[in-house]
Design a protein around this ligand. Structure first.
Ligand SMILES: C[S@@+](CC[C@H](N)C(=O)[O-])C[C@H]1O[C@@H](n2cnc3c(N)ncnc32)[C@H](O)[C@@H]1O
Length: 326
């Protein structure tokens, strides 16, 4: 009973209830909360501390940023509290509108970044990591056959199609950036990969692509996203039973400059962070491999459980249906 009373006391404040409602949709940095709530940073930090002390929130320091999220073990309790606030409550609606605006702004900035660097991306990508060693490791961990369909989410200039496409039956790359895809199309032609094509789309919303791929890869994409777990959830949906997901991203690091100058949202990920998101989607993590370097890179391989792979379906989403022209 003491626990419950502590939680009720912690939430019994208008700002703290607003914070709980905002964090329902994921994690936010202190400065984002300050912008949405319109209060000073010390004040917001004080409220956050009360919620952390009550066990409702978890705090995650990453470089000079501090993120807060609902403590996984307290999700049901937090949902019980926020569930009492009507979805059309004017304060809640306004807070969510502000949050949406912040996310849109960041997405626009990231898109502008990729548009600016599309032509140079193939060179930029090689600066901090040993690309060829990573590619070799990916081929070892995810051997494909000519029977299989591959989906590359956040394909950029098509690097993963270059690495894995020759072994797949068919491969589709999806990216939001028109400029990146222009380079990718030219690359595919140059590499002679007639079985690969790219489509413009949002990897957080892939309508119709349910259970249609044998393998899904996300190479250096998650650290740009506000909600990396949502991308994993959407990717998992596209996998056939028995299908595999390979995620490649930076290990935790402290290079703050990547945030300021290269649109990174997160400074890498711990093994169990991405592992937890994969398992939340019902996937089994089969291997986690670390590649050392100026910036460490981690490769996660997970498998969707299930008996026999489902019969091949032709999906309806115009971007991803089988055999559609590039
Ligand atoms: C760092 S690049 C990586 C590209 C490629 N996977 C590689 O390793 O070279 C990240 C890519 O993710 C794309 N991206 C970011 N958010 C996206 C979204 N919501 N939907 C689709 N693509 C997205 C960007 O446009 C960019 O091309």
């Amino acid at each position: 009973m003491d626990d419950v009373l502590n939680i009720l006391r912690a939430a019994a404040d208008p700002t703290r209830l607003r914070i709980l409602c905002l964090l329902e949709s994921g994690e936010l940095s202190v400065s984002e909360l300050v912008a949405i709530l319109g209060q000073s940073q010390p004040r917001v930090s004080r409220h956050l501390k009360v919620l952390v002390d009550a066990g409702l929130l978890a705090r995650l320091r990453e470089g000079s940023w501090v993120f807060h999220r609902i403590q996984p073990s307290a999700r049901a309790r937090a949902a019980a509290l926020t569930g009492m606030v009507p979805p059309d409550d004017p304060v809640r609606v306004l807070d969510h509108a502000r949050l949406g605006e912040i996310e849109r702004q960041r997405a626009d900035e990231a898109e502008a970044y990729f548009a600016r660097f599309a032509g140079e991306w193939d060179r930029l990508r090689q600066l901090d990591v040993d690309e060829e060693a990573i590619a070799a490791q990916i081929r070892v961990m995810l051997p494909l056959t000519h029977e299989q369909r591959l989906l590359d989410l956040g394909t950029g200039t098509g690097r993963m199609l270059q690495v894995l496409g020759p072994d797949a039956g068919e491969a589709v790359g999806v990216d939001a950036s028109h400029d990146m895809l222009t380079v990718a199309r030219a690359n595919l032609k140059r590499w002679g990969l007639a079985n690969c094509r790219v489509r413009q789309g949002d990897i957080l919303a892939l309508p119709g692509a349910q259970e249609s791929f044998d393998a899904v890869v996300m190479h250096q994409v998650l650290h740009f996203l506000d909600r990396p777990w949502a991308a994993i959830a959407e990717a998992a949906r596209t996998l056939r039973p028995g299908g595999q997901m390979l995620v490649v991203d930076l290990a935790p690091h402290g290079v703050e400059e990547l945030r300021e100058r290269h649109a990174h949202r997160r400074l890498g990920f711990a093994d169990d962070e991405v592992g937890g998101w994969l398992e939340d989607q019902g996937l089994t993590v089969r291997a986690v491999h670390h590649m050392p370097g100026a910036l460490g890179v981690t490769i996660w391989l997970a498998r969707r459980l299930g008996g026999q792979p489902a019969a091949r379906s032709t999906t309806t989403f115009e971007g991803l249906q089988q055999g559609a022209p590039a």
